[in-house]
Design a protein around this ligand. Structure first.
Ligand code: ADP
Ligand code: ZN
Ligand code: ZN
Length: 788
């Protein structure tokens, strides 16, 4: 017997192994096996096909087997290495499972992703399975280390003594203070894991020192990884308003006709309440539901809301969960007693579902649904739509004779593709135009900051009116959100004398100043540098910062509103799940007054007492050099505006811009999506951009700029042989060097009617031909399909 195995390697295709007779009865599609690879490596592979020798294997194994459901196995075989001669086929070492850990539908989703996004299936495997399932011994710690005060330090007086003791050991003192902070914040449970403290930037050495001093002690405890959310309470489901009920009915109707439906509902219209009704309906039919959100921060908020109703029937799954937790959820989903509802971010599309009935893709417009790096560069919304289609192709167990899973996309600001699909009837469309309880959409006031700068009336990045409104809100006990789409302190520092700007040694970008850490950071490679005290070019000591990142905004806001409690939410402050939860919970509970953040805060977060939102600089978004700049700016600004005024009072948004006369600004102010998309579509149609064509970016990377230049032109002419004028480039992208690799980019526009499978075949062929050339051995070529 032979099997094809997917290995967690960035190589195209699958690998063939033989199965010793005594193991034959133990293997099947979806089982994991331990296999030898190369000279002395072993890997955990997943079986994706098996056959007996009689079944026409001949001496040529390079024929990919067709899978029963008719989906073509992916990718053109191109290396005899992958499909060795029969006598070179090695036997598997071990079968790791007694039942499949991967369902047929999941495997087919992997194949589709690999195929469509031109990504080796090994990369899909790596992204899809939690690490614990990819490792030989399945690393699964059962206990966690906790820390607490030793008994003799459990009084207030003793705490002061402890703090005194640590006077001369600042890092220990800081760790200790952070520990106390965590204790305070946790109130009830009061239990702190050592990891939580480590996550605050402390080291094991520091913590051990505190233990040695007898201040803290550690203890081990078994961790309940899974959510025990208590009894479900369907009675907590809120009755729908008339308009919501109408939308709900229309969705039912659309589900009968179309596999995918868009719920286009303004912010705060109660889309979530409608989802909850739909979920309950699916559960009543014994179906499972997958509820996708683009951002972990949102799952944190949504978790509470769903748990109130669905209790322990709800499971949460995203990348900030520990690997062990993810393994447990995975296994639970394969068991007889799986979660009925999974709330998760992108990677939740990879979970096993035995009787999936409904997929909700909330905030469908969010670009973070698309994985950028590493491969596979897939879009989770589109993968979810595909998952529904694949699931309906016959792999649901015969017990569920219900219709194939339906997909509901929800958003206040659809992306251009979804808008187009809904307008042309490919998707069902249900519109919910009023906010719940008729609360008005916020008023958006444009502030011309160019004018104010001329008049010297700006206070740093703030217009006087914005400061006034924030102050008034604080006085009324309301909250404010300030949105600046740049993290760090200042995007640029510069020599006042000669204009020198520090740049990354490995990337073609200037460095961002992070003042809290007192370092310069490259946002592309993560490399950090010391902040220079003098200019290396001219020796001047006058180095000044230019521009505003969230850190600097935070500093200025603290100076302007010393009495306010301020939090910042960006990539730097949300490295851990705890940090996320803390910022969000503090803000929703009113423990913070002003929240400063990057686009992270634009994503559908739902806070009740926010009466003012400040968009500090609309222009960086509008001027971004990309054909989607306006689309993204429109979404982002409309979404962040939607955070204002959710209960009682009409919210206010101050939109600061240097170009107040742009049509798109007017359209944002009026929330006029029809006018906005009319102009977007006209432009896209004229210049042949999505949704009227499909785009594929082809990237080349190499250490040598001249080599990547030559290779880019050569690949360009190869592709032009087949695709003609559909190929543009090669060009230098805006950031043309990252991590010491020079980059070139080609763009391919594929009009409707062209066979996509053929296109992909030619692309793979071109890639393969290029990489066979000796000059290009260390050249990287990769694709971004449907780039955002
Ligand atoms: P959206 O998801 O469209 O932004 P939400 O579902 O978050 O809107 O609703 C906004 C607010 O209005 C929430 O606080 C929600 O609880 C409340 N709400 C919406 N619909 C109802 C309803 N039918 N009954 C009670 N409260 C509702
Ligand atoms: Zn200088
Ligand atoms: Zn760099």
């Amino acid at each position: 017997m032979y099997i094809n195995v997917i290995l967690p390697l960035p190589l195209d295709g699958v690998f063939t192994y033989s199965v010793p007779p005594e193991l034959e009865r133990q293997v099947g599609v979806g089982y994991r096996v331990l296999v030898p690879f190369g000279r002395n490596k072993t890997y955990v592979g997943v079986i994706c096909g098996k056959w007996k020798e009689e079944r026409g294997m001949r001496n040529d194994l390079s024929q990919n087997t067709r899978e029963p459901n008719g989906l073509q196995s992916n990718l053109i075989p191109h290396s005899s290495f992958l499909f060795p001669q029969k006598d070179k086929i090695k036997p598997i070492l071990q079968v790791l499972d007694s039942s499949p850990i991967l369902l047929e539908s999941q495997l087919n989703l992997w194949r589709w992703i690999s195929d469509y996004y031109l990504s080796p299936i090994g990369e899909v495997y790596k992204a899809a399975l939690p690490a614990g399932l990819k490792a030989e011994d399945g690393y699964r710690p059962k206990t966690e280390t906790y820390i607490r005060l030793t008994p003799k330090f459990r009084s207030e007086q003793a705490l002061h003594i402890a703090l005194d003791m640590l006077q001369r050991a600042p890092s220990q003192q800081k760790a200790f203070i952070d520990f106390l902070d965590l204790v305070l914040w946790k109130e009830e449970s009061g239990e702190i894991t050592r990891d939580e403290l480590l996550n605050q930037g402390h080291t094991l050495v520091t913590i051990s020192a505190l233990v040695k001093r007898g201040i803290l002690e550690t203890y081990e405890q078994e961790v309940g990884r899974l959510n025990h959310g208590g009894e479900p309470h369907p009675e907590h489901i809120k009755p729908l308003s008339l308009a919501q009920q109408e939308a709900f009915n229309q969705i039912q109707f659309a589900f009968l006709q179309k596999p995918v439906t868009l719920l286009h509902g303004v912010t705060s219209s109660g889309k979530t309440e409608i989802y909850i009704h739909l979920i309950q309906q699916a559960l009543d039919k014994h179906q499972q539901v997958l509820y996708l959100l683009p951002e972990i921060a949102l799952t944190v908020q949504m978790m509470d809301r769903l748990q109130r109703v669905f209790g322990s029937r709800l499971g949460i799954y995203h990348s900030k969960y520990s690997d062990a937790e993810r393994v447990e959820i995975w296994q639970k989903q394969l068991s007889k007693n799986p979660y009925d509802v999974i709330l998760g971010a992108r990677s939740a599309v990879f979970l096993p579902f035995q009787r999936l009935g409904l997929i909700i893709v909330d905030e469908e417009h969010e670009t973070s649904y698309k994985q950028q790096d590493p491969m596979p560069r897939y879009h989770a919304r589109n993968a979810a739509i595909m998952l529904a289609q694949i699931t309906s192709q016959g792999s649901i167990p015969p017990t569920s004779t219900l219709h194939p899973p339906r997909v509901l996309l929800g958003t206040a600001t659809p992306c251009a593709e979804t808008w187009h699909n809904a307008q042309t009837g490919k998707y069902g469309l249900v519109t919910l135009a009023e906010r719940y309880k008729g609360i008005e959409l916020p008023e958006i006031q444009i502030v011309d900051i160019k004018d104010l700068q001329h008049q010297k009336m700006m206070r740093g990045p703030f217009s006087p009116i914005l400061l006034l409104k924030v102050r008034e809100a604080l006085e009324r006990g309301e909250q404010a959100i300030l949105f600046q789409n740049r993290r760090g302190y200042a995007p640029v520092i510069e020599c006042k004398q000669c204009g020198w700007v520090p740049r990354c040694q490995h990337c073609d970008v200037s460095l961002t100043l992070h003042r809290n850490l007192n370092q310069l950071t490259c946002h592309y490679c993560g490399y950090t540098y010391q902040v220079p005290t003098e200019c290396p070019a001219c020796g001047s000591r006058e180095l000044q910062t230019r521009g505003y990142g969230t850190e600097k905004i935070e500093d200025e806001v603290r100076a302007l509103f010393p009495e306010a409690r301020i939090a910042r939410m960006d990539l730097d402050t949300t490295r851990t799940r705890q940090a996320y939860e803390r910022i969000i919970n503090d803000f929703s509970a009113g423990r913070t007054n002003i929240l400063i953040g990057t686009q992270m805060i634009s994503k559908g977060l739902d806070f009740d007492k926010v009466s003012i939102v400040g968009i500090l600089n609309a222009d960086t978004m509008l001027n971004y050099p990309d054909f989607r700049a306006y689309e993204h700016a429109f979404m982002m600004m409309s979404q962040v505006s939607g955070r204002a005024g959710r209960k009682g009072r009409r919210g206010l948004v101050i939109l600061q811009t240097k170009s107040p006369d742009l049509a798109v600004i007017r359209q944002i102010v009026d929330n006029d999506q029809v006018a906005f998309f009319r102009s977007v579509m006209a432009e896209r149609r004229e210049f042949r951009y999505p949704p009227f064509t499909r785009l594929i970016y082809v990237y080349l990377k190499h250490r040598s700029d001249s080599l990547v230049e030559t290779a880019g032109h050569e690949l360009g002419s190869r592709l032009r042989q087949w695709f003609g004028a559909r190929v543009l480039g090669p060009d230098r992208p805006a950031v043309a060097k990252v991590k010491s690799l020079s980059i070139r980019k080609l763009l391919i526009k594929i009009e409707p009617g062209l066979n996509l499978a053929d296109v992909r075949k030619y692309l793979a062929l071109a890639q393969q031909q290029m990489l066979q050339d000796k000059r290009y051995t260390s050249l990287q070529i990769y694709f971004d399909v449907d780039p955002l």
